[in-house]
Design a protein around this ligand. Structure first.
Ligand code: UDX
Length: 450
């Protein structure tokens, strides 16, 4: 198959490289000339494990190329994917579709022979109808069908997710799109990935419903974690205890500082807006969005509590800045709100992240950056583990204690066992796993208030 991928961002680049690896002939297009130049020179604009090797292997095999000009490759293509960004629109939270529609216009002018145009970007319900209308308007004689094929890959595990998906969802309105789409994904049929063909609007909504459900699942366990802290229960055992029920499932039940990233915050908001516009509000998601927003900043309170309510003039070491490990993505990362709240409370923040410091420096002010966990712990009154990079999973606590002003660890990802930390003489707090001393302090406060 001859495939064109418009947009060489996260989804576009990973999908393009994986399609090429399946044996298809893929041209990735992007308007950003600097990005295309970098890709042509063998550079990768994002950090994603395995992507550099996959790209260079397929470029060398002559199956993958990059360009800023879409006309010639689109004219020769069997299938054209639109994988451009759909960020939140400033002001109203709706998905900004201007890049998708601009791509549709350009594609329309270049079509030659029957072509399937596929939205891979996350797009609100009805976008496929509008893409079809635009193409017809620009090029009334074009032979084409518009399909929807949302992408469910996770950053940091993108290639594995693309090649071994739980399912492939394809929305079509015109039967002529079925054959080419089956051909595009044939290698995955061999992997026995379930393929769900459905109507286009349904496919568009599946993506939002999936992301919103996962965001809600995380938010649910986060609220249960808060309750655990009040009643002396352990949220990790609760996750296990409920997750073993097949109807619930064990994944996405890890309590933490709230979800971030390029998808959940933007997609929950966009779904909420679409639903409100259609006077069919999804109240569970409205609550999820509000709870998660508040939660990120509230995590700073845990640090204050660990330091008897006062961080003024103190140095706090932050381990991990990206919204999750194995990415350099800082979008909507909980670290941003936590650090700002700590600074507002008068603390000096020193931070270290294996990949995220460059992006963080453009989004935060007044933060000092270190070269390692031990470097940022130097003289710190507390260390906060915000992102669970492998580099923070086996810290040398003897060394940490030696360099820190006070041996306080606030573990927002529940990486360490509380008992082990207590045994090491660390004043430890985590999420939804109260230590006996925290419970005793809570009880004292309740008594004092009464
Ligand atoms: C997500 C979806 O998983 C993916 O299917 C979709 O295509 C894009 O959005 P991604 O944003 O890359 O992928 O990351 P994911 O691993 O899903 O994590 C999202 C956020 O939720 C992170 O901030 C993570 O720390 C948080 N999370 C996840 C939890 O707090 N607890 C969990 O149990 C799982």
């Amino acid at each position: 198959m001859r495939i064109v991928m418009i947009g060489s961002g996260y989804v576009g680049l990973v999908s393009g490289a994986c399609f090429a690896d399946f044996g298809h002939d893929v041209v990735c297009v992007d308007k950003d000339a600097a990005k295309i130049m970098k890709l042509k020179a063998g550079g990768i604009p994002i950090y994603e494990p395995g992507l550099e090797d996959l790209v260079s292997k397929n470029v060398a095999a002559g199956r993958l190329s990059f360009t800023t000009e879409l006309a010639a490759p689109v004219a020769a293509a069997d299938v054209v994917f639109i994988g451009v960004g759909t960020p939140s629109r400033r002001g109203d939270g709706h998905a900004d579709l201007s890049y998708v529609y601009a791509a549709a216009r350009e594609i329309a002018g270049a079509l030659h022979g029957f072509t399937v145009i596929v939205t891979k970007s996350t797009v609100p319900v009805g976008t496929g109808d509008e893409v079809e209308r635009i193409i017809r308007e620009v090029n009334p004689v074009a032979e084409f069908a518009v399909a929807s094929n949302p992408e469910f890959l996770r950053e940091g595990a993108a290639i594995e997710d693309f090649k071994r998906p739980d399912r492939i969802v394809i929305g079509i309105e015109d039967e002529r799109a079925r054959g080419p789409m089956e051909e595009v994904y044939r290698p995955l049929y061999l992997n026995k990935a379930p393929v769900l063909f459905t109507r286009r609007r349904t496919s568009e909504l599946i993506k939002y419903a999936a992301n919103a459900f996962l965001a809600m699942k995380i938010t649910f366990i986060n609220e249960i974690a808060d309750l655990c802290e009040k009643v002396g229960a352990d949220v990790q055992d609760i996750s296990r205890g409920i997750g073993l029920d097949n109807r619930i499932g064990s994944k996405f039940l890890h309590a933490g500082p709230g979800y971030g990233g390029s998808c959940f915050p933007k997609d929950t908001l966009a779904l909420m807006k679409t639903a409100q516009d259609h006077e069919s509000p999804v109240r569970l998601i409205e609550a999820t969005v509000a709870i998660n927003d508040r939660r990120k900043r509230a995590m700073a309170r845990k640090v204050l509590n660990a330091l008897d309510g006062d961080v003024r003039g103190k140095t706090i070491g932050v381990l991990g800045l990206t919204f999750k490990p194995n990415t350099d993505d800082m979008r909507d990362a909980p670290s941003l709100s936590i650090i700002q709240a700590l600074q507002d409370a008068g603390a000096t923040v020193r931070a270290y992240d294996p990949e995220g410091m460059e992006a963080a420096a453009t989004m935060l002010t007044g933060v000092e950056y270190g070269r390692s966990a031990y470097d940022v712990a130097e003289g710190a009154s507390a260390v906060v583990l915000v992102t669970e990079w492998d580099a923070f999973r086996a810290l040398d606590f003897k060394r940490l204690k030696e360099v820190m002003a006070e041996p306080v660890l606030v573990d927002l990802r529940n990486v360490y066992p509380p008992k082990q930390m207590e045994a090491l003489g660390i004043r430890y707090s985590s999420v939804g796993r109260p230590s006996d001393s925290e419970l005793a302090r809570d009880a004292e406060e309740t008594l004092a208030a009464a």
